[in-house]
Write a protein that binds this ligand. Structure first.
Ligand code: S3P
Length: 438
């Protein structure tokens, strides 16, 4: 057992000698969101298996139910009775996206193009996150959006209307932004083209094709036309590599680990953590490759290894954008220095992940230097840290990363705000307890 239960939101995550056995991580968060978005605006029924029952995805289901979509759920099996664009109804209440940036940004794009009024809000963290990046191009498409701080922060009030297609060259690579603009473009007049500086995760493009959308991808440009008619389909959601990443690092940094992670999504725009861990000397074998619902899937066999520090650039981090906290933990136990640069986006995630990871590493005695766009970490060379108390700041990925750091500690780590793991990985602590060898 590697951790005690969650009492008042605090967990004592405990040390372990290794991680052994098998883990099947829950479904991919990004793919689960999109299955409900596209299923709702399609004609006919969409059957989803392996849907992630995390709080973020439940916020997406609740939002579409408010718009009159019949969605039934039995664990990870979800049935969406699509209404088509025309069939969605004006929500009779404010949409609460909770902690979910993906729910919010994709909805802002879609709602801007639908003929009714809607308001979106979220929790304290989401109310701090930047919305201008989505609002600005939508205004150029003719959208009517009002909100706090000149519509740059939630709550946002949207008066939907017919939009016109644009060509938008984004300064940031963001799948949420790309998906918001493409969703708006699906019913806009003419063609909508989204170009990004580097390719962000492409689940939207892959899944829209399955739903029969007329979509073109050329390098980092994606275009859609309003001639689209989406048809419901079957979606098998693979395991989330961003959840598997915690176990990959946990296995790498403990002495005698051999852990098989089954049915993990291996989309090339998401596998940055495998490349980064291999660069740091990690031992990861990919097996049993297949394709499910247009997404590559496979098993990962991870063994203990002596990690060494590395320089990690923004381009290397993009396909591992959500893995920053756990990469910091890998760096904390590596031999030598790790420098992560070009990671400014991490300051506007569920928490300011650069500042929060610097604080957490300080709390457990790992030397580091916070930089505006990244962090420099002095690894212990595999030696355990003493332990201590850390705050997750309500950020699920910080809580899970620090639970893995506790595996290589002497006294364990008290994690405040550990209940946040339910956002993306309900059952995380019991999954860890099953494979941790004490
Ligand atoms: C996501 C895109 C990424 C990622 C987030 C999920 C998505 O955000 O960090 O967890 O599902 O589109 P950005 O688009 O802000 O990079």
């Amino acid at each position: 057992m590697s951790s005690t239960g969650i009492f008042g939101g605090t967990v004592l995550a405990t040390p372990a000698r290794g991680l052994k056995g098998e883990v099947r991580v829950p479904g991919d968060k990004s793919i689960s969101h999109r299955s409900v978005f596209f299923g709702s605006i399609a004609e006919g029924t969409t059957e989803v298996t392996g849907f992630l029952e995390g709080e973020d995805n439940l916020s997406t289901i609740a939002a579409f139910r408010l718009m009159g979509v019949d969605i039934t759920r039995d664990g990870g099996n979800v049935t969406v009775k699509g209404k088509g664009f025309e069939g969605l109804q004006e929500p009779y209440d404010i949409i609460d996206a909770g902690n979910s940036g993906t729910t919010t940004r994709l909805l802002v794009g879609l709602l801007s193009s639908l003929p009714f009024f809607s308001v979106i809000t979220g929790d304290a963290s989401l109310k701090k996150r930047p919305m201008k990046r989505v609002v600005e191009p939508l205004l150029r498409m003719g959208a009517s959006i009002a909100g706090r701080k000149d519509a740059s922060l939630l709550p946002l009030a949207i008066t939907g209307r017919k939009l016109k297609g644009i060509r938008f060259e984004s300064k940031i690579a963001s799948a949420q932004l790309k998906s918001a603009i493409l969703l708006a473009g699906l019913s806009a007049e003419g063609e909508t083209v989204f170009v990004e500086p580097e390719k962000s995760r492409d689940h939207t493009e892959r899944m829209l094709k399955l739903f029969g959308a007329d979509l073109k991808v050329e390098g980092n440009a994606v275009s859609v036309r309003s001639t689209n008619h989406l048809t419901g389909c079957k979606i098998d959601v693979p395991g989330d590599i961003s959840s598997a990443a915690f176990f990959m690092v946990g296995a790498a940094l403990t002495g005698s680990s051999e852990l098989l992670l089954r049915d993990v999504g291996l989309n090339p725009t998401r596998v940055g953590i495998i490349d980064i861990l291999k660069k740091m000397g990690g031992s990861i074998e990919t097996k049993a490759l297949s394709v499910a619902s247009g997404e590559p899937v496979g098993d990962l066999l991870v063994r203990s290894s002596r990690l060494k520090g590395a320089d990690i650039s923004g381009s290397e981090l993009l396909p591992a954008i959500d893995e920053f906290p756990i990469i910091c933990v890998a760096a904390a136990f590596a031999e030598g220095t790790t420098t992560i640069a070009g990671a400014g986006e991490l300051r506007v995630k569920e928490s300011d992940r650069i500042a929060v990871m610097a604080e957490c590493l300080n709390a457990i005695g790992v030397r580091n230097e916070e930089r505006p766009d990244g962090i420099v970490i002095e690894g212990t060379g595999g030696k355990p840290v003493k332990g201590g108390s850390v705050k997750s700041h309500g950020d699920h990925r910080i809580a899970m990363a620090m639970a893995m750091a506790a595996l290589n500690s002497i006294d364990g780590i008290h994690i405040e705000g550990a209940e946040s793991v339910d956002v993306s990985f309900p059952g995380f602590f019991s999954a860890l307890g099953k494979v941790a060898v004490s």
